[in-house]
Design a protein around this ligand. Structure first.
Ligand code: TRP
Length: 372
């Protein structure tokens, strides 16, 4: 994928540190170089001055890539005292497919994952698009602030069009980054922790905020992107790990399913196990996964397996993942017994998001000359 180098000083790598309750100190090591960044410093000084807005499309179960890449970071920010708003963008599911399949099931799954991870409904908000009409109303003024040429040259959208399941490009596909700006700005989110592929969308959000302010008066702050510093894990087939491809280990999988998925992972013909991400991406991604779960150096993990080959590597990875996730999975199973409570978390979150988005829409109407 071709993502442009982002030149804005607002781009910051996140320190993906584990929350105190999650035994994932390994990610801390990977985030340390980013610890001193300007945004992290500002957040540490005044966590109450920040509102994080981020989300996961309900298109499948969250997996280990999400866990090390973004989920731990959200919980870390929450525990620092930052207000965290998590969006389940259900309307955006139909961006690259005709219908939203198993929406209820995937939404329940996301809620279970968030709660089991330590997203605390007393401090954080989880909501979905379809429950917040005021958010969707921002689409109209925001669309007026961007050109067709700008929409056409978004590199992430281009890439998604290339991989879409649809034969034609819908207007939604082309404009969903504008909808994403509405997601962020409706809640006045000012920090958006996402992967590098989302940088063009964040740039567009900043552009929309700036142009709105220039045209109508200061309503929006330009949000900062917080890029994950966690290394990328590959899927079990050696391609990008994705919740809608069957190539990941879901966080909520059982220990046996985990073993089966890892046993099926692609390796290579070389028996001696080493950690060499450039020359041996598949083997190295497995080594890295074990190292992250064990909070150890990947070279050491590889050296210990040595001539044990792929079978020993996969046993090590399976044991590491299963023991690392055991406490999370136990909490998840507890929440799964009480779906009434779990769904009430989303209902309360929707109420809060409605209040935020309605207040923003009022300001927008006022600034634009009060259409009433
Ligand atoms: N587009 C994001 C993704 O595919 C999901 C998303 C939708 C999002 N709205 C958002 C992320 C707002 C951050 C902020 O991962």
């Amino acid at each position: 994928m071709t993502t442009p180098a982002v030149t804005t000083p607002a781009v910051t790598a996140a320190a993906t540190t584990a929350p105190a309750t999650t035994p994932a100190a390994s990610v801390e090591a990977h985030g340390t170089e980013a610890r001193g960044t300007e945004l992290e410093r500002r957040i540490a000084q005044d966590p109450g001055g920040f509102r994080v807005l981020t989300g996961d499309r309900p298109t499948g179960p969250l997996h280990l890539g999400h866990y090390f890449g973004s989920l731990l970071n959200r919980v870390r920010l929450q525990n620092l005292g930052v207000e965290v708003v998590v969006l389940i963008p259900d309307y955006q599911v139909i961006t690259d497919r005709d219908t939203a399949e198993r929406l209820g099931e995937y939404t329940d799954g996301l809620l279970l994952d968030y709660l089991a991870l330590g997203i605390d409904p007393a401090r954080s908000t989880v909501f979905c698009h379809s429950a917040v009409p005021a958010l969707n109303q921002l689409m109209l003024p925001f669309l007026s602030l961007v050109s067709v040429a700008e929409l056409n040259r978004n590199p992430t959208v281009k890439d998604e069009i290339a991989h879409s399941r649809q034969s034609t490009v819908s207007g939604l596909m082309l404009t969903y980054p504008v909808h994403q700006a509405a997601d962020i700005l409706s809640c006045k989110g000012n920090v958006v922790p996402v992967g590098r592929d989302q940088a063009p969308h964040l740039e567009l959000t900043r552009t929309i905020a700036r142009r709105f302010n220039e045209r109508y008066g200061a309503v929006f702050q330009e949000p900062d992107i917080m890029l994950s510093a966690a290394p990328l894990l590959l899927g079990t087939d050696g391609t990008k790990m994705s919740k809608s491809r069957a190539n990941s280990v879901p966080l909520g999988a059982t220990a046996d399913e985990t073993a089966r998925l890892i046993r099926g992972a692609t390796t290579d013909a070389e028996r001696h196990i080493t950690y060499d991400p450039d020359a041996r991406p598949n083997v190295s991604s497995l080594v890295l996964l074990a190292a992250l779960c064990l909070d150890r150096d990947p070279h050491e993990v590889a050296a210990e397996i040595g001539d044990g080959g792929a079978a020993a590597l996969k046993r090590t990875v399976t044991d590491a993942v299963n023991s690392h996730l055991a406490p999370f999975r136990a909490r998840r199973a507890e929440y799964a017994k009480d779906l009434t409570f779990v769904r009430s978390v989303l209902r309360a979150g929707n109420e809060r998001a409605n209040a935020l988005a309605e207040a923003t829409l009022d300001e927008v109407r006022e600034a634009m000359g009060a259409f009433r």
